[in-house]
Write a protein that binds this ligand. Structure first.
Ligand SMILES: Nc1ncnc2c1ncn2[C@@H]1O[C@H](COP(=O)(O)OP(=O)(O)OP(=O)(O)O)[C@@H](O)[C@H]1O
Length: 257
């Protein structure tokens, strides 16, 4: 971990139909850190991450505050959709709990990864093929060729999850947002994915914003922890402080569950 700020979120508030769902969220995520955003279901973790990735429709959601990514001048909250194309996947990527949110059931993995690279301007067939194979290899698939030639339904849930991660990391983003990315997997697959994510974080000098309600996982991987309750941050600090000397009663309650 280093001390440089990669993502600076300041006073982020989000309203929907007159209801304030996210209220003045402020935090700084540093380079190469695992930053865990925790809280119960409905506390606002996912909406916060979608706002950071520019995935909330501004015609529906009222968004204020600022999100700055190191090296970029603009407040990402105000960025036009066209400009997002150069940030998503190149600078920041998002993986979900359910691979079906990212993978199309009717296209082979190779075709989906090819499409993604083409949309980012990679045209050379050999380069596309090499990058797909390399990325699947980096996810420790024993036979990347067979994975590339499979439909998602021919792979297990854990395998599809690793394919989704491979796709998200095709362009070596500086920040990976993992929204409950291991929830619902059995312990073996969960641990396998965590191990790979931590290895890739190190290899790519990447930061991870890890969204979860699983405090056991937080204990295992977090450098920094932020706790959200009903759209507000109630606690923020290094893992040891938040775990051993929590300031808010809500955080204490979460650890005790
Ligand atoms: N598409 C939506 N339309 C309306 N309200 C929404 C929508 N998505 C989320 N909300 C509301 O926003 C609040 C925060 O939801 P959010 O999904 O961010 O919580 P979360 O902490 O990520 O919970 P979970 O782990 O269950 O996803 C909740 O009150 C939720 O009901």
């Amino acid at each position: 971990m280093n001390n440089q700020v990669l993502l600076d979120v300041s006073n982020l508030s989000i309203d929907l139909r007159g209801n304030r769902l996210i209220d003045g969220v402020t935090f700084q995520l540093h380079k190469e850190e695992v930053f865990c955003l925790v809280g119960e279901s409905g506390s606002g973790k996912s909406i916060t991450s979608r706002a950071i990735m520019g995935l909330l429709d501004k015609r529906k959601w009222g968004i204020s505050g600022s999100v700055h990514l190191e090296g970029k001048q603009s407040n990402l909250i105000e960025l036009a959709e066209k400009k997002w194309q150069t940030i998503r996947s190149k600078e920041m990527a998002l993986i979900y709990q359910n691979p079906s949110q990212a993978l199309h059931p009717f296209f082979k993995i190779r075709s989906q990864m090819t499409q993604m690279l083409k949309s980012k301007g990679v045209k050379d067939k050999e380069e596309i093929n090499n990058r797909i194979m390399q990325q699947l290899h980096e996810m420790n698939f024993a036979d990347p060729y067979q994975i590339a030639n499979s439909y998602p339904c021919q792979l297990s849930g854990g395998m599809n999850q690793r394919v989704m991660i491979a796709m998200a990391l095709l362009e070596r983003p500086r920040l990976l947002i993992a929204d409950e990315a291991t929830t619902g997997l059995d312990t073996i697959n969960q641990q396998l994915i965590i191990k790979q994510l931590l290895e890739l974080k190190k290899r790519y000098s990447m930061s991870i914003l890890f969204i979860t309600h699983d405090l056991r996982l937080v204990s295992q991987i977090a450098d920094h922890v932020v706790v959200m309750e009903r759209g507000k941050i109630v606690e923020s600090g290094p893992l040891a402080a938040v775990k051993n000397a929590p300031k808010s009663s809500y955080t204490k309650e979460l650890w005790e569950r």
